[in-house]
Each structure stands twice: as C-alpha cells, then as structure tokens.
Design a protein around this ligand. Structure first.
Ligand code: SAH
Length: 213
C-alpha cells in the first residue's frame, strides 16, 4: 500500500485533465488529487490508475472513470456533514471522495465479494463510511432516510421510487438513467411530491441489477 511521489505527480496530471474537461468544484478536484486511486485497483491495472478511464475490478464490475466520479460529485453539491446514500459501493473510490468532502456516507453493494473486500479496505486508508451495506440499492435505505443526497453509480433502467421518497426536501438524487447508454439525471426534491429534473448528457455504466448475485 504505497503512495509514492510518482503516484502523486500522475494524480496531479489527472486533476488537470478532468479540470480541462470542465470540472470546476475546487473541493472535488482536491479530493481527486488526494485519494490514491491506484490502491483501489487490481494490481494488473496499477499502471493505468491515473488515466481518466474506467477499469475492471472484482466480480465483473468497474471502478468509474474519474471524470464521471467528479461530475456526479459536483452535481451533489456536498456540504460537510451531509448524509449521503450511495448505491453501488464497488471499489469504494466514490465513497472515499464523499468521505473526503466531509459527508456521512451510507453505501450499498449487491456483490458479496466486493462488499467484503471494500469493507476491509476503506478503513485501512482511513476512510470511515457511516455504514457499508450488503443489499439491494433499488430499495434505498429506509431506516436511515431522509438523505441530503443520493448517488447511483450504476446504470438504472428506471428511477427507483424509494430513492426519490428517501430524499429530504431540497435533497438531490444523481442517477444515470437508461439501458445501453445512460443520461445523467439530477432530481431536486422541491416538496413532498414535487421534483425538479435536469439532464446532463450521456454516460456509460455497468447495469444496476435487481436480483442478488
Ligand atoms: N462507485 C463504484 C462504482 C462501481 S460500478 C466505484 O467507485 O468503484 C457499480 C457498482 O454497483 C458495482 O459494484 C455493482 O455490483 C453495484 N450494483 C449493481 N446493482 C446494484 C444494486 N441493485 N444495489 C447495489 N449495488 C449494485
């Protein structure tokens, strides 16, 4: 678990790349510049960790592209102390970004192998999510609701109703919606039944799956 000068240099280049692609939030850029992404990847991909690309992790899943992580995080407008629900813990990289921003993070993963691996790994790096949960993100996390924001890091064929209903008034849901290609969609809860919806272009994610394993 080494983080060398070389890694830090490559990481700064990555920050410059995603800034050039349009990410403006200084706190998000700082978090990307701080988190050792190479440690979240399988050893075979170490050399690629600071390219702005998604890469395979265990269980046929991927660690999202850094630009995508930054884009979704920027849309969340995280404030320190925010209670955030993440669907799709995966490698834990996005979880770490949210922790860096001072959020209280609850994160759900449906692949047992990844859930176990990431539950052990994140605390070793000093990232303590409030709770990592093995379960189905389509249901959200009723017992901890409402949330300041919810982020879905897999492609959702439709918007799960429980996620909308578990937002605080004023809360934000960032979710890529679609089958083969997803449209990044932001919902802001304006009232008990009113939601404002904004769309932010196309992205590609692994699918949000409904049945366990
Ligand atoms: N945030 C992750 C991205 C991982 S890819 C990272 O930074 O590495 C998306 C993840 O969503 C995968 O790990 C996949 O297993 C998980 N996933 C898919 N469907 C799910 C569901 N219904 N509930 C919870 N997690 C799910």
């Amino acid at each position: 678990m080494k983080d060398t000068f070389k890694h830090k240099g490559l990481r700064q280049q990555l920050v410059n790349i995603i800034e050039a692609k349009g990410i403006k939030d200084e706190k998000v850029l700082k978090a990307i510049g701080k988190i050792p992404r190479h440690l979240f990847m399988d050893s075979g991909f170490l050399d690629h960790a600071y390219q702005d690309k998604a890469f395979p992790i265990a269980a046929d899943q991927t660690i999202s592209q850094p630009y995508t992580v930054a884009f979704q995080t920027e849309l969340l407008e995280v404030k320190p102390g925010d209670k955030i629900l993440e669907i799709g813990t995966g490698s834990g990289y996005q979880t770490a970004v949210l922790c860096e921003l001072g959020a209280k993070v609850f994160s759900i993963e449906r692949q047992l192998e990844l859930f176990k691996k990431t539950s052990k790994f994140l605390p070793k790096l000093g990232y303590r999510a409030k709770k990592l949960i093995f379960g189905d993100g389509y249901k959200g996390l009723k017992e901890e609701a409402p949330f300041d924001s919810i982020i879905v890091t897999a492609g959702a064929p439709f918007v799960p109703k429980p996620l909308l209903s578990q937002l605080k008034i004023g809360g934000r849901l960032v979710i890529p919606v679609g089958d083969d290609v997803q449209v990044m969609t932001l919902f802001i809860r304006k009232g008990p039944k009113e939601f404002e919806q904004q769309e932010y272009g196309e992205f590609r994610f692994v699918p949000l799956l409904e049945d366990k394993n």
